[in-house]
Structure formats: structure tokens, C-alpha cells
Design a protein around this ligand. Structure first.
Ligand code: AHR
Length: 508
């Protein structure tokens, strides 16, 4: 078993890892909102005001910092006024992106804000640029955040909510290069400035506005937005037109026509997936480089508001519903993404996995018939990482050669690590991406005494292992006893295909 050394200077904290990189995304897509979060007040599934209690309880364990809604592609079809007022009088619409099903708008603005309050999450509302008007967007923000007797505040009161909500995050459209309007970067950059001008800060509510950014490695898109981001317009926010620029990237082992099977895959698919997961680091570096040229002080945040695995849908399910299983492989895709997000804490202000329940790389899968709820391996990575929320990043310097495997002509590292410190503790994350070979790492811990430690590990007998109602804990974290004192600090055994977190107590 190989062993390499990772040096961590515990007394040299870097930038804060925003808790918002642990954000989530809930779209009107398949069974994410309907059946996942929302069952309605008359449902036999236990609920509070129509929102599933078991889902809320499980997600509270993740300390979800923010929730993006209503899309995604759906956002640019969504007209918020259809989702307020008495539910039986709300107009219906066709959800043409996702299954061509009829949407009855029973889950709208009030229900979403109620959900956020139950979760303890901050709302990230995504506005409609593709088919909505500037006025519509402006009035939505007024409806949500204004406290006086303005027309929209009065309308909100008429619908049963007296106090305004706090709205910290607002998205100016979604994927305008595709489903959000098929625009050029320059055309969208102008629209983003126009729409953002009318997303106003009412009262004390300062909105962090997020311009809809690039598809994967479209660096020209980011550049077009950066060129205009810092210009100030008349009557505009002194912080600029927008404070964040998004980027979307999905991991798959195939391509957009055949993405790969969620559970029936082999070791080659596993390694291709790991190679594609590592691509997130390349993309973040590329977009950061572009942003650095215009904004060396990191005032504009990179917002990775859609990421995760995208597999072919489970057999027998609606192809437009994007329902997929979730294995140990998905967990390791998530853990390596977080290492990247931690390393780029100076630039990444938010990230949102797609999506929270029953869609793509979900935290929770619910059975449509029995209602049974299953926590996925990805859920456990989010839970194991809560100690990184708002912690200071710590650089991890590797001495020696990280083992690699040749995949698609690239040497792909089989080890991924990151660390952070907060409140007299540190948390070290270690992913062993090798499907078969265990390894170990010596943590050379400098700058503080380690007065105590404990560790947990997430692994499984096979790379395809996943959780189901019959085997809900097939992949679940357990106490890891493979950590011992070493002359330099600690030595950590990493089983093949595993994710380990080591929590340190520090005597600074
Ligand atoms: O998350 C599913 C879809 O992927 C979103 O609606 C869209 O923004 C992206 O293409």
C-alpha cells in the first residue's frame, strides 16, 4: 500500500469557504417539486402546509444554505403571478421542457418561501428573461421584499403574507445560450444589464444578482459578461449590475445522447466519470482566469449553480423527468467537486447541485407509490462536509507523487483532498478514487497541536452500490478507525473507492 504525505499548515487560514457552495436546486421538473417537496395539504403523506415533513427533516441535517428555484429551463417559462393567490384559481401551463406535462401552479412563491423557512435555507429565486418582461421581474422582487403599501406589497398582503421576505439571491435568467432564449453572449449581456437595473433593493434588502453564465468551457461567454459587469449605470446598484456570474457543468461517462447508466456501469466507466469530475477544476480555473483579468479583487463571484452527474433515466420512468439512481460513484463525484470549490474559495461564491429530490444527482429519492424516502450516497457527502461551511480554507501541499490512472489520454489523479479550519477545529477531506486499491496518507500537520481527532468513512463493497428502500444504508458513513498518530501528525488509511473526513481538535 502506497503512502504519501500531505502538508497542512493549520495556522495559515486562507479565504472563507462560503457555506453557499453547499447550495441546492429545486426545479419544476419531474418529481422534484411535485411528489418530492410538495404533496399538498390533503395528502396522506405527513406534511406541514403541503410540504413533506420527512423530506424537510432529512434536509435539515444538511444545513442547506440556499435553495435555487423555480428552474433551470423552467424559470424562463415561468410567470410568477400564475403561482400566487387561491390555489384552485391559479392558471395552468404546459411544462414543455420537462415531460410536456400540465403544471397547475399549486407550488408558487408563497409555498417556496415557506419551504425555505422550514429548511432554514436562504431563497435563490431565478427570474425569467427568456419569455418574461422587465416589469414582471421587477414586480416579483417588489412583491417579495417591499414592506410599505406599494402595489405589490399590498397584493402580497392580500394573499396572506404581511411581512416581506428577505431575498438575498436573484438569478437574471437561466442558460440564455440554450433553453433560456438561444441568445448570443453580447445580446444577453445587454439584457442582463437591463433586467438587473430593475431588480431593486427595497428597504434593507440587498439582492445579490447573478447573471446567467457559461455552458462548461465557454470562456468567451464569461468574458462578455465580465466586460459589462463593473460598469455603473444611472440609478443602478453601486456594486455594479450583477455580483455573480454562473456556470453550469454536468458529469457523465458518455455523451448527451447516451449519458451512461446510473448503476449498471463498469470500472472503465467509473474512471471516465472521475476524469470528467476532475474537469470541474479545469473549468473553474479557466473561468477564474478570465474573471481575474477584469476583477483582480474578486468582487464578482463565480456561481456554479448547476453541477452534478447526469445519467440516462431509470428504465420505465418518464424521460423528461430525469430520475436517476445514485451510487458510491456519485458520492465521489460530489466529494471531488467540493475539493475544487474549497480550493477556489476566493472566487466561488455559490454552487448548487442539480437537484435536491428525485432529479439528477439527488440527495433524496422518494418512491412514487409507497412514498418511502431514501437518502443517497451524495446526501452523506453533503452531511459529512457540513464542517466546511463558512470555514477558512487550508492549503493541502502534497509531497510525493499522487497515484494516477490514464483515462482518455490524461493522467487522472486517484486522490483528492482539501481542508478547512473553524472554531478551533479542522476538517480534512480525502477521496480515494481508485476502484480497487487502498492507500494511505500521512497528514503532516504543522502550526498547531492536534489535541484530538475522529474520522468517518463512506465506502461500499462495490462501485455500483446504492441505497434503496430495502437497503437504505448500503452506502452510509461509519466511524473510521484507520487513523493513527504519526511522527508528523496522523496517518490515514483510505479504503479503495472511499470518502473519508478527519476532524481535528486544535490546541492553537
Ligand atoms: O437541471 C436540469 C436542467 O439542466 C436545467 O433546467 C437546465 O438549466 C440545465 O440544462
Amino acid at each position: 500500500m502506497s503512502s504519501l504525505t500531505a502538508v497542512i499548515n493549520l495556522d495559515l487560514p486562507g479565504p472563507t469557504i462560503s457555506r453557499h457552495v453547499y447550495g441546492h436546486f429545486a426545479e419544476h421538473l419531474g418529481r422534484c417539486i411535485y411528489g418530492g417537496f410538495w404533496v399538498g395539504e390533503d395528502s396522506e403523506v405527513p406534511n406541514v402546509r403541503g410540504i413533506r415533513s420527512d423530506v424537510v427533516e432529512a434536509l435539515r441535517g444538511l444545513k442547506i444554505p440556499n435553495l435555487r428555484w423555480p428552474g433551470g429551463c423552467f424559470a424562463d417559462d415561468y410567470h410568477w403571478r400564475d403561482g400566487i393567490g387561491p390555489r384552485d384559481q391559479r392558471p395552468r401551463m404546459v411544462n414543455s421542457h420537462w415531460g410536456d406535462v400540465v403544471e397547475d401552479n399549486s407550488f408558487g412563491t408563497h409555498e417556496f418561501m415557506d419551504l425555505c423557512e422550514m429548511l432554514g435555507a436562504e431563497p435563490y429565486v431565478n427570474g425569467n428573461v427568456g419569455s418574461g418582461t422587465v416589469r414582471e421581474m421587477s414586480e416579483w422582487v417588489e412583491y417579495l421584499t417591499r414592506s410599505d403599501d406599494s402595489p405589490m406589497a399590498d397584493l402580497r398582503r392580500a394573499n396572506g403574507r404581511d411581512e416581506p421576505w428577505r431575498l438575498p439571491f436573484f438569478g437574471i435568467g437561466n442558460e440564455p445560450w440554450g433553453c433560456g432564449g438561444n441568445m448570443s453572449a453580447e445580446h444577453y449581456a445587454d439584457l442582463a444589464r437591463q433586467y438587473a437595473t430593475y431588480v431593486r433593493n427595497h428597504g434593507g434588502n440587498a439582492v445579490y444578482k447573478i447573471a446567467a453564465g457559461a455552458n462548461a468551457d465557454d470562456y468567451a461567454w464569461t468574458e462578455a459578461l465580465m466586460k459589462v459587469s463593473q460598469k455603473l449605470g444611472c440609478g443602478c446598484d453601486p456594486r455594479g449590475f450583477f455580483q455573480g456570474i454562473s456556470m453550469h457543468y454536468y458529469t457523465m461517462s458518455g455523451d448527451w445522447s447516451v449519458k451512461g447508466h446510473a448503476t449498471a456501469f463498469d470500472t472503465d466507466d467509473w474512471y471516465v466519470t472521475m476524469r470528467r469530475a476532475h474537469k470541474m477544476e479545469e473549468l473553474v480555473r479557466g473561468h477564474s482566469n478570465v474573471m481575474d483579468a477584469y476583477d483582480p479583487e474578486h468582487r464578482i463571484g463565480l456561481v456554479v449553480d448547476e453541477w452534478g452527474t447526469w445519467w440516462d433515466v431509470e428504465e420505465g420512468t418518464n424521460p423528461g423527468f430525469l430520475y436517476q439512481q445514485n451510487t458510491l460513484r456519485d458520492a465521489l463525484v460530489a466529494s471531488t467537486h467540493f475539493d475544487t470549490f474549497h480550493r477556489y474559495a476566493h472566487r466561488i461564491s455559490m454552487a448548487n447541485i442539480a437537484q435536491t429530490v428525485n432529479v439528477l444527482q439527488a440527495m433524496i429519492l422518494t418512491d412514487p407509490d409507497s412514498g418511502a424516502l431514501v437518502l443517497t450516497p451524495t446526501y452523506h457527502v453533503f452531511e459529512m462536509n457540513t464542517g466546511h461551511h463558512d470555514a477558512s480554507s487550508l492549503a493541502v501541499h502534497v509531497k510525493g507523487e499522487v497515484p494516477t490512472r490514464e483515462v482518455e489520454g490524461k493522467a487522472v489523479p486517484m486522490l483528492s483532498m482539501s481542508a478547512s479550519t473553524k472554531d478551533g477545529t479542522a476538517l480534512v477531506s480525502l477521496s480515494n478514487l481508485d476502484a480497487d486499491a487502498p492507500t494511505s496518507v500521512v497528514l503532516d500537520l504543522r502550526g498547531a497541536a492536534v489535541t484530538g481527532f475522529d474520522a468517518r468513512v463512506l465506502t461500499a463493497p462495490t462501485i455500483q452500490t446504492h441505497n434503496s428502500p430495502d437497503h437504505p444504508d448500503a452506502v452510509a458513513p461509519v466511524v473510521h478507525d484507520g487513523v493513527r498518530r504519526h511522527a508528523l501528525g496522523l496517518e490515514v488509511d483510505l479504503p479503495a473507492r472511499s470518502y473519508t473526513t478527519v476532524r481535528l481538535e486544535l490546541g492553537l
